[in-house]
Design a protein around this ligand. Structure first.
Ligand code: ATP
Ligand code: MG
Length: 306
């Protein structure tokens, strides 16, 4: 579990992260979204004890970033995929991982087992003896992900894990993160990819120096628009609209044969709406719930905050 309380970082006169408070549960995948310069990397760096905070605090599984001894333990417990992956270019893929695992004092048999496991998982086993300097950006990114995991950390920090990856590798990494979630690891990731956050995160926070929204992608969507049902009929008539309004649903937007109706609870309200349309002689072609995307929420919150 990660508990962040009033965490703030100033660089001189510039406040990079302002009064951030949030809690991340064990086994949760949490995504931090925000524009360039929003303070996402700064947040991760403070949580990993790589830079000092200005004020506030954070506790990672009972260890405090305020305490020097705890910071050493935090570094052992976490895995960090940094923004700039920083591998040893003159070493092979295998040696990079082996070097890192040795630093973490993984016993030799475990080291071998894990390195093989992660290189195979990330489709790099065939390149294990190739010098990393010759790798493409995406291959380096995947190797850095393996490096993040080789000491089996309980908490993972990933700063834009799918940056530089092609669509196939992006999917591989996302599926991989979901596999890690099944192992009950806590994952904190920074991303610009809203569809990525929507697909893999249990909750997301939108950061723009300070936290401007937090919730599950679904909750954030609903907080933006409330709930709406979209009904497509053969023809929208005045009688149909009157029938629906008589149920108390006054806000209806009509677009050709599509009606978007503000409701309280689609599961409860849709059956009576369907009946009213049928009673008014309408033919229903489809009915669905309108859920705004994380992109809608993100853009609205960021613009409101500017
Ligand atoms: N070492 C530093 N010295 C001074 N200012 C810094 C330093 N590191 C970051 N900043 C500033 O802090 C702010 C937040 O930067 P940060 O890298 O955390 O943003 P980010 O959300 O990760 O952005 P991006 O999406 O571009 O990676 C920026 O204004 C940046 O210029
Ligand atoms: Mg960053």
């Amino acid at each position: 579990m990660i508990t962040i309380k009033n965490l703030t970082k100033n660089y001189g006169n510039l406040t990079a992260v302002d009064d951030l408070s949030l809690q991340i549960e064990e086994g949760e995948v949490f995504g931090l979204l925000g524009p360039n310069g929003a303070g996402k990397t700064t947040t991760i760096r403070m949580l990993c004890c790589l830079i000092s905070k200005t004020s506030g605090t954070a506790i990672l599984n009972d260890l405090s970033i305020d305490n020097k001894k705890d910071c050493l333990e935090i570094r052992k417990m976490i895995g960090l995929l940094p923004e700039n992956v920083g591998l040893y270019e003159s070493m092979t893929a295998y040696k990079n991982l082996d070097f890192y695992a040795k630093l973490y004092q993984c016993p030799e048999n475990k080291r071998k087992e894990r390195i093989e496991y992660y290189l195979k998982m990330l489709d790099l086993w065939g390149k294990k003896d190739v010098v990393v300097g010759t790798f493409s950006k995406g291959m380096k990114q995947k190797l850095a992900i393996a490096r993040t995991l080789v000491h089996e950390p309980k908490i993972l920090f990933m700063d834009e894990p799918t940056a530089n990856l092609d669509p196939e590798a992006t999917k591989m990494v996302r599926d991989f993160i979901l596999e890690l979630k099944k192992e009950k690891r806590t994952i904190f990731l920074n991303t610009h990819m809203l569809d990525e956050a929507e697909r893999i995160c249990d909750r997301v926070g939108i950061l723009n120096t300070h936290l401007i929204a937090i919730g599950s992608p679904d909750e954030l969507g609903r907080s933006l628009w409330g709930k709406k049902s979209v009904v497509i009929v053969d023809t929208v008539t005045d009688i149909i609209l009157k029938g629906i309004k008589s149920l108390g649903f006054e806000k209806i937007v009509v677009d050709n044969n599509k009606m978007t109706i503000d409701v309280n609870d689609p599961h409860h309200d849709n059956p009576s709406i369907i009946r009213a349309i049928q009673d008014a002689g309408g033919q229903i072609q489809s009915i669905s719930e309108l859920v705004p995307s994380l992109e809608d929420v993100y853009l609205k919150e960021i613009r409101r905050n500017e």
